[in-house]
Ligand binder design. Structure first.
Ligand SMILES: [Zn+2]
Length: 658
């Protein structure tokens, strides 16, 4: 007895079983259900499940015949807990389905039968983004987490030759950048080639951000590191992945579209996220599920439109580790069972609002997980066995291009934000969150002040190098700010034991990103103001070089003089916005001290007189900085241009306004 069929026949022939069967009086129920699984090579045969209840036997056999009585196939039925069940391939090529006769036998005796009509379910194509979720500092220390993602990329590059159809995708640009920075140049080149050839997927967001705590300038740089990386290596990108963050601000599609991203795949962990549909809208779309009154809108597929009308095509799912959810690490049969159950029972996929025959899965390993190579083998074996669902280990854009080509103009358009529900975790460290906001403002000031680098830098052979070094320091500053705004807040035990040693250590590591960025921003602003002051004092400024007052405390028209005698004695030009500390050109910080109304009036008249007198000549002779000195961000450049510009004399008095 070497196979299942002969084993079932032998079981059924046992005398003991015949006696027990004769004692059974329960009615026998026979069910036949087509699955979502179709046989290779042509997808004509559907795997039909036959279930029998009420039969008091350890095993049985189902015989399926067509309307003409021709035997289609047989299935051995074995215990499943609720009864007996088995599967067999049935040709289901006609959309309307066909009628069949099912007979159930135990041994050689027919126990029952039923005539059924079987209709073929949709033939699905499932695109699967094989990636590992980036949780910087959740499961291990930050650098150890990134090393795991580098190892995933090592494995992906090594796998290409033997598995040419398998695609690994870096979930965010941080994985790629970290790889190139930490592996030998040859490995970096290999990665760039794989990205260029489409063998490895490129997701353009730098990391998985909490968009609700990012200042505009930091938010605007979410794709910037990916852009720099792409330009450096001659690459392009079209898609972004965003996992484990329940919602994003309403301007995210605007930012993505403006940054060259057309497609967004998100897996949101929606335990607190507000769905985009109201309950009434969900009911209209027949999304009331489970008979318990709850409803779901996931997955969603729509054009997400920003306030300016720009759009990204957005797949919004509630999961991001689909590989493990659907048993990709178990075996192809288990994968088939779980995928089929999902495709045939999920209320969204069954609803009239989901007419598509494609869906997107994402995730091949857990948080910071290494890919188990058995997953690759199982996916490939699944595809050898089943024609449908067609399971494609793909890059995000492979799915979206297919969707856009087939349904692009018919897809719904949605506007608005999706709720910033993970941002409350950041409030658990309120002091650092406050420092983060302040550091982002100073970083913006540093970027604006850098617009005058070329005008204020000493004219010697090293000027270009010094300017570039400062630009590199600012790039690192923004990167640290982005890393601090990444969604991981504390270690995996942080929620239950925030004082646990490892949690504290990981938090301290994360805080280093904030400390580093804040220190860099402060240093850049102080040094820039000093250069500006020295440049003006040396006559390098005057009417020819516009010298800017920093925007941070909103100096401009409402600026008041610092009355600190030390500041004036030191010849420093120190102004203060209301209630804010100000960094003077000497690099010192001076607290703002209120001035008497009388003094302020006198000062205001004096300033006004100076401005009137100097304004005419200053405007006439003022030259704009060369275009290259302007910030590359159009909005920032415009705001810098339109901001009141004040030039300072040696004595620290305002002498002109551009
Ligand atoms: Zn996460």
């Amino acid at each position: 007895m070497t196979d299942r069929r002969s084993f079932v026949a032998w079981l059924g022939s046992l005398p003991l079983l015949r006696r027990r069967r004769s004692l059974s009086r329960a009615p026998i129920l026979i069910e036949a259900t087509p699955t979502a699984l179709y046989q290779q090579p042509d997808g004509r045969n559907n795997l039909v499940r036959v279930a029998v209840t009420g039969l008091d036997a350890p095993a049985a056999r189902a015989r399926l015949t067509d309307r003409r009585g021709t035997l289609v196939g047989t299935a051995g039925l074995l215990p499943t807990g609720a009864g007996l069940a088995g599967e067999l391939w049935v040709p289901l090529s006609r959309a309307a389905g066909a009628e069949f006769q099912i007979d159930v036998e135990v041994g050689k005796q027919r126990i029952g039968g039923r005539r059924v009509r079987l209709a073929p379910p949709r033939r699905w194509t499932l695109y699967w983004i094989a990636s590992s979720h980036t949780e910087v500092g959740l499961t291990e220390r930050h650098d150890e987490c990134l090393e795991l993602h580098r190892q995933n990329l090592d494995a992906a590059l090594a796998r290409i030759a033997a598995h040419p159809d398998f695609r690994w995708t870096a979930e965010c640009a941080l994985q790629l950048i970290s790889y190139v920075e930490n592996r030998p140049p040859a490995a970096g080149e290999l990665l760039a080639r794989a990205l260029r050839d489409g063998k490895v997927g490129f997701s353009a967001l730098f990391a998985q951000p909490l968009t609700g705590i990012l200042d505009h300038e930091t938010f605007a740089r979410l794709v910037w590191p990916a852009g720099l990386f792409a330009r450096e290596h001659g690459l392009g990108y079209q898609a972004a992945q965003l996992s484990d963050v329940p919602g994003q601000t309403l301007t995210l599609p605007t930012l993505l579209a403006a940054s060259g991203v057309r497609y967004l795949a998100s897996g949101v962990n929606p335990e607190r996220a507000a769905p985009l549909l109201s309950p009434a809208e969900a009911a209209r779309a027949q999304l009331a599920g489970g008979g318990r009154g709850e409803w779901t809108t996931y997955p969603q597929l729509y054009w997400w439109e920003g306030p300016d009308g720009s759009r990204v095509l957005h797949w919004r799912a509630d999961q991001y580790v689909d590989g493990l959810r659907f048993g990709f690490d178990v075996d192809p049969a288990e994968m088939g069972r779980r995928l089929s159950d999902w495709l045939l029972t999920h209320p969204v996929l069954l609803s009239p609002g989901y007419p598509y025959d494609v869906a997107l899965l994402s995730g091949a390993a857990g948080d910071n997980g290494l890919l188990d190579e058995r997953v690759v083998a199982n996916v490939e074996e699944f595809s050898r066995r089943f024609a449908y669902p067609r399971l494609i280990a793909a890059r995000p854009e492979d799915f979206f291009r297919d969707v856009e080509r087939r349904w692009g103009t018919k897809l719904p358009v949605r506007r608005g934000d999706t709720g910033c529900y993970r941002e409350d975790g950041a409030a658990s460290t309120a002091a650092e969150l406050g420092r983060y906001r302040a550091a982002q403002l100073v970083a913006r000031a540093a970027e604006l002040l850098a617009l005058w680098d070329e005008k204020t830098e000493l004219r010697d052979g090293g000027a270009a190098d010094r300017i570039e070094q400062r630009a590199a320091a600012r790039r690192k500053m923004w990167r640290d700010l982005l890393l601090f705004g990444e969604h991981t807040w504390g270690g995996s035990a942080g929620g239950s034991d925030s004082d646990e040693a490892e949690t504290v250590a990981r938090w301290q590591y994360k805080r280093r990103f904030l400390d580093g960025a804040a220190a860099a921003a402060d240093a850049q602003v102080a040094a820039a103001l000093l250069r500006i002051g020295l440049s003006a004092a040396a006559g390098g400024g005057g009417a020819g070089a516009p010298v800017v007052s920093c925007s941070t405390p909103r100096a401009g028209r409402e600026a008041r003089w610092c009355t600190s005698p030390r500041a004036r004695r030191g010849g420093s030009r120190t102004v203060a916005g209301s209630g804010r500390r100000w960094i003077c050109p000497t690099g010192r910080r001076w607290p703002w001290r209120g001035t008497s109304p009388r003094w302020a009036t006198w000062r205001s008249r004096k300033v006004s007189a100076h401005r009137t007198r100097r304004g005419t000549t200053a405007r006439r002779s003022r030259r704009r900085p060369a275009p290259s000195t302007w910030c590359s961000i159009p909005r920032a450049a415009r705001s810098a241009r339109s901001r009141p510009v004040t030039a300072w004399s040696v004595s620290g008095r305002p002498t002109g306004r551009g």
